[in-house]
Design a protein around this ligand. Structure first.
Ligand code: ADP
Ligand code: ZN
Ligand code: ZN
Length: 826
């Protein structure tokens, strides 16, 4: 048997399957999707089996055998292999990268080299001490350990390796193993208790107690837990084990990050009319098993989650599994509780705040079919279920569903593709759908049969949408108010304090940078390796570059002019917090931003405190806008609505509208009525006026008009190619040539035409031009933007154009990075 293996080398030349012989003893075990260690260029590397055949593409006798099989159960399912192939084509990434994205970090094995003793050699003796150490360590030691212990003998070791006095072996070591727990058992054939006790000295009271306790319990118990429950130390257990009265074995144990929490079981709520209608349509799609995609457009508070829950139940009843994606930041305990409360242990939770061990174990619950529902952030789309019935993407407009490093995939597009493979239904849910999804769902041609738009325009219980007041901050300034709080917001906050109700304050973080500026000469601290200002970190008082990690101490005087009038602009939220404390003495504020939520579980802790009404105000960045549901929040204030409006990004208005609508939805979700105050310098902008009236349709029609005029999605699609190199002239020449290559290929396909031409299929190449961040990590950056419309395989054109530059004679060390459907092109 021959295995075709994708080997984990990120180079483009090796981005194809290699043939290996399957050793006889592995034949039973090896499957499609198995993870293996294979010899490759003198090393052992990790790879994935993507095909098993009888015929080799090269001379059979020259095939090397697979060195090791790394898991008893393959981490990948056959459909995922196909999916990875599609991803690597669509997103122009290597096949390895696509495969790696699908498995948990714990399974990203690393080569481990071990050194052993070889032929004895008299001429060039290694230090006896070193040889002895190896012999005493079972004949094999890790290379890193050897280097650490004998750094002075490195040369001799290298020499010995070359001569064969020492040998080298490689294997793949997982970053993280299954957790094993020392567990105490009663032996299979055991003595009756009184005979067992005869073997324990009378004065060993603790030992006798432990033995009696174990006989009373019968069940095995973790050593640590036994110690906790009986107060008997593990030292007292040891003699019992030595005498054979008890047994101690390692047992695999899954870490359960939610073990300490109790979830109250909930039953399905009787659906409202609007919910019932939508649920019916989803159930229909589940019955049809055709891989349909639907857009659930439901206002905040319309009860989308209950619809999700009942749809999942329907899917589970069909014997199929469900994946729920939510933005990382919304994956709060509250959110998890709603799912665990309904489906209990059938739910596996995957998110980045878990340790990689915990995540691995949640993943194994899915792979071993103990869980039927996976809820998680972006990468949960790769949950290894065998029969997916339903994929839900909540807050589908969120940009965090796009991965910003390679493979630069969008979970929504992967979901649609995966659903096709499984005949599963996809439900995209949002109060403010992305323009792309909205346009796709409203276009009947794309969804033959019926429109895939499922509207839920009303809040549950007929609760009104909260009234939104827009305050013109220019007026405030004219009236002599220089504070960051308008008179209206000030009064509204005061009122909440008096009534003992809570407020949420949002500071639109983008645009509020935390930089250092000299007030005498205007100098700002910039990264020496990137064209970007350094960010000031108040806690550690260092300046840091967010692109390359460069860090330096914060200067006391201006490096440019020597002036002492240097000013640190702390995080926006810190300044707001200070101002609040000044204006409302005694006010209790919980601040939620990158600084206060960097620790594990900090985010959850802060939310819990706020939920327990330990604070009057929850102040934060975008984080506070999502998914929170607190009954005593009756005021939502937006401190600066338009900081995100003027970014040179074609989605600026859309992002602003979404943010305002989301945050406004946090108010008055329960009995108490809510109120929203939005402060802005551009009250007439349509993103703000339509957010004020909760009018998504009006926003969309205005925004679509702009997009159509400017030639942006959803009227076309984009591919962004960024090129980088240390030398500007070389970069400039090569990127010109690359753009020419693109145009030539498009011409050849007969699609090269301006988008304005009105042709149904058109592709144009803009650039190359300098990137908005023109230098990063000492490399200059140029970019090309490809805009196209109609059924064109733009990825294929890009891949073909790249070929001579990445593997052919043209290759000049230029870095190429391709972003298909980029979220930001700035
Ligand atoms: P959305 O996600 O659409 O913003 P939620 O799912 O959070 O809305 O629902 C808003 C509130 O309405 C929640 O408190 C939820 O428990 C409640 N709710 C949802 N559906 C029903 C129903 N059918 N009957 C009663 N209450 C409901
Ligand atoms: Zn200066
Ligand atoms: Zn930098």
């Amino acid at each position: 048997m021959i295995a075709k293996v994708i080997v984990d080398v990120p180079s483009r030349q090796t981005d194809r399957p290699f043939d290996y012989e399957v050793p006889y003893e592995m034949q039973e075990w090896l499957e499609l999707g198995s993870r293996v260690g294979v010899p490759f260029g003198g090393r052992v590397l990790q790879g994935f089996v993507i095909d098993l055949t009888e015929s080799a593409s090269v001379d059979r006798t020259r095939l090397k055998p697979i060195a090791e099989l790394l898991d008893p159960v393959p981490p990948l399912l056959p459909d995922m292999i196909e999916l990875s192939r599609w991803m690597s084509d669509k997103y122009c990434c290597s096949w390895t990268q696509a495969l790696q994205a699908m498995i948990p970090a714990a399974l990203k094995g690393k080569e481990e080299r071990q050194i052993g003793l070889g032929e004895p050699d008299e001429e060039y003796g290694l230090p006896a001490e070193l040889k002895e150490w190896i012999a005493n360590s079972g004949g094999l030691v890790k290379l890193d350990a050897l280097i650490a212990k004998y750094p002075q003998h490195l040369k001799a070791v290298k020499h010995a390796l070359a001569k064969g006095t020492l040998t080298q072996q490689s294997s793949i070591k997982d970053r993280l193993a299954v957790r094993k727990v020392l567990t105490v058992f009663l032996p299979e054939s055991r003595l009756p208790l009184e005979h067992a006790l005869e073997q324990v000295p009378a004065r060993a009271a603790k030992q006798r107690e432990a033995l009696q306790w174990m006989y009373g319990r019968e069940e095995p118990i973790a050593l640590q837990e036994l110690a906790q429950q009986t107060g008997v130390s593990s030292a007292s257990i040891k003699p019992l084990v030595e005498k054979g009265l008890l047994e101690l074995r390692e047992v695999e144990k899954e870490r359960d990050p939610y073990a300490h929490r109790q979830f109250t079981r909930t039953s399905p709520l009787p659906l409202t009319e609007g919910q019932r209608e939508v649920f019916g349509r989803i159930a229909e799609a589940l019955d049809a098993r055709q891989g349909r995609t639907m857009l659930l457009h439901g206002v905040t508070g319309s009860g989308k989650t209950e619809v999700y829950l009942q749809s999942i139940q329907y899917c589970l009843d069909q014997g199929r599994q469900a994946i729920v994606l939510v933005p990382e930041i919304s994956l709060t305990p509250q959110m998890v509780e709603r799912f665990k409360g309904r489906f209990g242990d059938a739910v596996a939770v995957l998110h980045s705040r878990l340790s990689s061990g915990e995540r691995f174990d949640e993943w194994r619950k899915i792979r071993s079919k103990k869980a039927q529902v996976a809820i998680g952030a972006r990468s949960a789309i790769f949950a290894p279920f065998e029969q997916i019935g339903l994929i839900i993407i909540d807050e589908e407009h969120e940009s965090s569903y796009k991965q910003e490093e390679s493979p630069k995939y969008h979970a929504r597009d992967v979901a649609v593709r995966r659903a096709k493979q499984h005949g599963a239904a996809v439900v995209l849910g949002s109060a403010t759908p992305s323009l792309e999804s909205f346009a796709a769902a409203s276009r009947p041609a794309a969804n033959p049969g019926a429109s895939a738009l499922l509207p839920m325009p009303y809040r549950v219980g007929g609760r009104p949408m909260p009234p939104v007041e827009v305050v013109d901050m220019r007026e405030e300034l004219r009236a002599g108010n220089r504070s960051m709080f308008s008179r209206q917001l000030h009064a509204a906050l005061q009122e909440r304090l008096e009534r003992g109700e809570q407020s949420v304050l949002l500071l639109n973080r983008r645009g509020y940078s935390t930089f250092v500026m000299c007030r005498s000469c205007g100098h700002t601290a910039a990264c020496p390796h990137c064209d970007i200002s350094l960010t000031f970190h108040q806690k550690s008082r260092v300046l840091r570059c967010h692109y390359c990690g460069h860090a330096e101490g914060a200067p006391a005087e201006c490096p440019e002019c020597g002036s002492e009038h240097i000013r640190y602009f702390g995080t926006g939220t810190q300044r707001v917090e200070e101002e609040l404390a000044k204006l409302f003495p005694g006010i209790r504020v919980i601040r939620m931003d990158v600084d206060t939520t960097s620790e594990k579980h900090a985010h959850e802790k802060l939310l819990k405190q706020f939920g327990d009404r330990q604070a009057d105000v929850l102040l934060g960045t975008q984080m506070v806008a999502k998914g929170l549901d607190f009954p005593y929040v009756t005021l939502v204030g937006v401190i600066a609505a338009d900081t995100s409006l003027h970014l040179p990004d074609f989605r600026a208005a859309e992002k602003t509208f979404q943010l305002l609508t989301q945050v406004a939805g946090r108010a008055g979700r329960h009995e108490l009525e809510g109120e929203v105050v939005i402060q802005t310098y551009t009250p007439e902008h349509y993103a703000i006026t339509t957010a004020q009236t909760h009018d998504y349709a009006a926003f969309v029609s205005e925004e679509l008009r702009h997009r159509s005029v400017m030639g942006y999605p959803p009227y076309c699609r984009l591919v962004l190619v960024t090129m980088s190199h240390e030398q500007l002239p070389l970069l400039s020449t090569v990127s010109e040539r690359f753009a020419a290559e693109l145009r030539e290929l498009a011409e050849h396909e007969g699609v090269l035409a301006p988008l304005g031409s009105g042709l149904p299929r058109a592709l144009e190449v803009l650039g190359p031009v300098a990137s908005p961040i023109a230098r990063m990590k000492d490399r200059y950056r140029f970019q090309c933007v490809i805009k196209y419309r109609g059924s064109i395989d733009a990825s294929a054109i890009v891949r073909r154009a790249l070929q001579p530059f990445t593997e052919g004679p043209q290759q000049k060390g230029i870095g190429f990075s391709v972003d298909v459907d980029p979220q930001v092109i700035l």
